[in-house]
Design a protein around this ligand. Sequence first.
Ligand code: SF4
Length: 92
Amino acid sequence: MLKAVLMMLVLGGLCGGLLGIASVKFHVEEDHRAEEILAMLPGYNCGGCGYPGCAGMAAAIADGSGNVMNCKPSKPEAKEKIKQYLAENPAA
Ligand code: SF4
């Protein structure tokens, strides 16, 4: 019984350590700009821009493959605000 408990503790510690190392080694830096851009989009999720929703469009704008002008429901002031935000916060 004691042997089984010790084995589980060792295996648990080993797996936990491996997961900790993997989380550091495979850490992916997220582009926080997509979240900020998403907050500036209308949030209708209509798909008119060609993306499945505003989150997809926000991610595309952040990585440079999307154009805010393709969001027809967005007001001109909001589009300008996003353009200004991108100018002030270029991709890292
Ligand atoms: S067109 Fe605009 S409102 Fe519609 S899903 Fe795309 S980003 Fe959202």
